[in-house]
Design a binder for this molecule. Structure first.
Ligand code: BV8
Length: 228
């Protein structure tokens, strides 16, 4: 990676799969038994907040039982050592990149360990359940929702992501099916800006055709190999 100065890395559920967190569209997929529209939309939340809270409360609780894997550790090492610009844009809402020690992390779809108050708009760190309508730490209202970007909602920090893609010399996608936009379009934006593009994934994704190079295998093997 000698001529590379600036790197953008996109991660998806596949980077956390070997830590024991279910992916969305695999055989053990999170969507199994749940239609996407039944859970990850503002309409679903308006229709049955308790059901949506249970889905996220279960996933937030699961964070207590998992740990970063070798892929998270390798990315954190790269983040610590890389002298140029580097941004890990993650679609994941777990905190495993941070727990591995990465700091240049951007959660474009929000975070399980954050709660958003619909009364005062404050975001607060949160580790417990939200289903029992706890008080907002900032204003006391019982109006907290998961701080998660649902379908139809605008992902976080899109300008910052687009600026990073415009400066990237290398774009690496790890563990994502390329099923969800705008994340699935980042590879084409990076190419248009002249970046090299690399996909590390267990299997072909919906975007594999757009990458200069694709490597197949588990992230815990491919990512340390790539970072080395
Ligand atoms: C928006 C919440 C406007 C968080 C999620 C028609 C065409 C194009 C777009 C649309 C369309 N109709 C609607 C849209 C827009 C829509 C969309 O893309 N729909 C899709 C279904 C077509 N997108 C939106 O609504 C977004 N908002 O567009 O706003 C806008 C945009 C920009 C600027 C202004 C306005 C909002 C999208 C966010 C939705 N929220 N979830 C949560 O609950 O976790 S989506 C959900 O899917 C998760 O966020 C997840 O991160 C995301 C992507 O899934 P993946 O991470 O890729 O996981 P998946 O299971 O699919 O794949 C795992 C991969 O890993 C697999 O390839 C597998 O092979 C691999 N793998 C498995 N194990 C391993 C592995 N790889 C390596 N090692 C392993 N061990």
């Amino acid at each position: 990676m000698s001529a590379i100065a600036n790197i953008v890395i996109l991660t998806g559920a596949g980077v956390s799969a070997e830590s024991g967190l279910a992916t969305f569209r695999g055989p053990d997929g999170l969507w199994e038994g749940h239609r996407v529209e039944d859970v990850c939309t503002p309409e679903a939340f308006a229709r049955d907040a308790g059901f949506v809270h249970r889905f996220y409360d279960m996933r937030r609780a699961a964070l207590e039982t998992v740990a970063p894997n070798a892929a998270h550790e390798a990315l954190a090492r790269l983040d610590r050592e890389w002298p140029g610009e580097l941004l890990i844009v993650t679609q994941n809402v777990d905190d495993l990149h941070e727990r591995a020690g990465a700091s240049r992390v951007l959660h474009m779809h929000g975070e399980l360990r954050s709660a958003w108050c619909l009364d005062c708009d404050a975001r607060s760190g949160w580790t417990g359940p939200l289903g029992d309508a706890p008080e907002c730490p900032a204003c006391g209202a019982r109006a907290l929702r998961p701080d998660i970007v649902w379908f139809g909602e605008i992902p976080y920090q899109m300008e910052r992501i687009e600026a990073a893609l415009a400066r990237a010399d290398l774009f690496v996608s790890i563990g994502t099916s390329g099923a969800v936009y705008p994340a699935a379009g980042f590879v084409r934006a990076a190419r248009a800006y002249g970046a090299e593009t690399l996909e590390l994934n267990l299997e072909a994704s919906q975007g594999s055709f757009a990458f200069d190079e694709t490597r197949r295998g588990p992230a815990s093997v491919l990512v340390p190999e790539w970072v080395a």
